[in-house]
Design a protein around this ligand. Structure first.
Ligand SMILES: [Zn+2]
Length: 431
C-alpha cells in the first residue's frame, strides 16, 4: 500500500459553522491518511488510523496542527512588489503606485521571476488555492500559470482587462484582449489545477465593448469564472455613477452585460444596498472580503452579517498589493476585528471556515478542497506554534483546543507555517 499518514493535531470544518454548531472537528492525537494518488482516505484518532494503516509511511509533526490548505480568493499577481505603497485612497493609490508596478511586468524575464516568487509565497503561507488577477501581458500570465502548475498551487486566474481609465501601456482593445483570453483558456484546458477567470478590472477600467466581450466569453466558455471588483470605496461608487448614469447602481452595470453568475466572484462589496445583495443572492454569485486591504485603503467595514442573511457565499482574500501580507490565516484574524466593530463576534470555527471550506464553496471547489473529507485532494499545511516561545506559552494557558485555535487565528502567521502539501505532494517547507 502506498500513501502517507500525517500525525498531529487535526482540525477542519465538516460543514458550515454559521448553520451548525458542531461543524468544527479537532482531533488532539490525530492522524490524516493520504493515499498514493494524493487523495484523503480518512482522518481520525491516531491509534485507530495507525492500526488500519500500519504499513504506510508516517510523518510525525509532533505538537503541530494539520489544517486544510487555505483559499485566497482575491490577490493581484502584478502588484506583488507594490505592497505598502502610499496612496490617499483607492483611485489615487492606483494611479500613483499600482499602475507603474503593473507596467513593469511587460518585461518577460522579470515577470517569470515575480511569478515564481508570488506562487512560492502563497504556498509558504499555507494557501493551496488562489483566485488571482493576472497581468495585462500574455507572457507574464503564461509564466504565472506555469509557475503555479509546477509548484502545485491550484490557480484560478485571468488577464486583467482594461481599455480605459489607466496608462496607455496597460490598455488592450477588446479584440486584443479576446485573443489573449482565448490563448490562456486554451492553456488551462486539460490541466486540472488551472482554471481561467475572465477578469475585467472594474467598471471604471472597461468600455461597454469590453464588458460585452466579458459577457460573450462567459457564455462561450462555461468552464470559466468571472472575477472583478465592486462597491469598494465611495469615490469609486461616485465615479461609476457618473460613467454609467443610466444604471441604478454598481451591480446593475455588471448585470447588464451578463457578468453576475454562479461562477462570479465580486471583491470587496462594502458599500452595498440590500437590493443589490438580494440580486446577488438570486444570481448565485460569491463575494470576497479582504480585511487588510480595506483597512489599508480606508475603504470601509465589510457587512458580513448582511451577506450571511442573504446566504451569499463569502471567501477571504489577501488583496496584495493593497493587502500588506500573503496570509489568509492572518486575514481571518483581521476579519474578526472588522466584524467586532459592527457587533458581530466570530468564533474559531467561523473564522477557520471563511479561510478554508467557506472559501472553497465560494469558488465552487468544495467538492475538491477546503476540508479533510474522504476523497478530496490532500491540500494541507502544518502550523507549528513551537517555533515561537511566546505562542507556545500562551497556548499552554488555554482551557481547550478550540481556545488554542482561536488564539492561533490571531497570533500565528506565515512564520509558523512549517510545510504545505497540495494534492498530497509536499509543496514547500519553511521559507
Ligand atoms: Zn483587488
Amino acid at each position: 500500500m502506498t500513501g502517507i499518514v500525517h500525525l498531529g493535531i487535526v482540525a477542519h470544518l465538516r460543514g458550515d459553522p454559521f448553520r451548525s454548531a458542531s461543524a468544527l472537528e479537532i482531533i488532539e492525537d490525530g492522524a490524516l491518511w493520504v493515499d498514493g494518488t494524493g487523495r484523503i482516505v480518512k482522518t481520525g484518532p491516531r491509534a485507530a488510523i495507525l492500526a488500519e494503516a500500519d504499513a504506510i509511511e508516517r510523518v510525525n509533526h509532533g505538537s503541530a496542527w494539520l489544517l486544510p490548505g487555505l483559499v485566497d480568493a482575491h490577490v493581484h499577481f502584478p502588484q506583488f512588489y507594490a505592497t505598502a505603497s502610499y496612496g490617499r485612497d483607492l483611485l489615487d493609490w492606483l494611479e500613483r503606485s499600482i499602475f507603474p508596478a503593473e507596467i513593469a511586468l511587460a518585461d518577460e524575464v522579470l515577470a517569470t521571476e515575480v511569478a515564481e516568487r508570488f506562487v512560492a509565497r502563497l504556498l509558504a503561507a499555507g494557501t493551496a488555492t488562489a483566485m488571482v488577477f493576472g497581468s495585462q501581458f500574455l507572457p507574464a500570465n503564461l509564466a504565472l500559470f506555469e509557475a503555479a502548475e509546477s509548484a502545485g498551487l491550484r490557480l484560478i486566474a485571468g488577464m486583467t482587462m482594461m481599455d480605459r481609465g489607466g496608462p496607455e501601456a496597460l490598455l488592450k482593445s477588446p479584440g486584443e484582449a479576446r485573443e489573449q483570453c482565448l490563448a490562456l483558456l486554451d492553456y488551462c484546458r486539460g490541466r486540472p489545477r488551472l482554471h481561467y477567470a475572465i477578469t475585467p478590472r472594474f467598471a471604471l477600467s472597461c468600455s461597454e465593448a469590453m464588458l460585452e466581450l466579458c459577457g460573450d466569453l462567459l457564455r462561450e466558455y462555461p468552464e470559466a469564472y468571472l472575477q472583478t471588483h465592486i462597491n469598494e470605496s465611495q469615490g469609486e461608487l461616485d465615479a461609476v455613477a457618473r460613467l454609467f448614469p443610466q444604471e441604478a447602481d454598481y451591480l446593475a452595470v455588471y448585470e447588464r452585460f451578463g457578468l453576475v453568475t454562479p461562477r462570479t466572484v465580486l471583491a470587496h462589496d462594502i458599500h452595498v444596498s440590500d437590493g443589490q445583495l438580494a440580486r446577488m443572492a438570486h444570481a448565485g454569485c460569491a463575494v470576497c472580503h479582504c480585511p487588510s486591504s480595506n483597512f489599508y485603503l480606508g475603504s470601509g467595514l465589510f457587512p458580513l452579517a448582511r451577506h450571511l442573511r442573504h446566504r451569499i457565499p463569502v471567501a477571504l482574500g489577501t488583496d496584495i498589493g493593497a493587502g500588506t501580507h500573503g496570509s489568509i490565516w492572518r486575514e481571518a484574524g483581521e476579519s474578526y476585528k472588522v466584524q467586532q466593530l459592527q457587533g458581530l463576534t466570530l468564533d474559531a470555527a467561523q473564522l477557520l471556515y471563511l479561510a478554508t471550506l467557506g472559501g472553497a464553496a465560494a469558488l465552487r471547489l468544495d467538492h475538491e478542497t477546503g476540508n479533510f473529507a474522504p476523497g478530496k485532494s490532500a491540500d494541507l499545511f502544518v502550523l507549528d506554534p513551537g517555533a515561537s516561545p511566546y505562542l507556545s506559552e500562551r497556548l499552554r494557558r488555554c482551557e481547550c483546543l478550540e481556545d488554542q485555535l482561536f488564539c492561533l487565528l490571531h497570533l500565528a502567521g506565515e512564520a509558523e507555517v512549517a510545510a504545505s502539501w497540495v494534492g498530497g505532494v509536499r509543496a514547500c517547507g519553511r521559507v
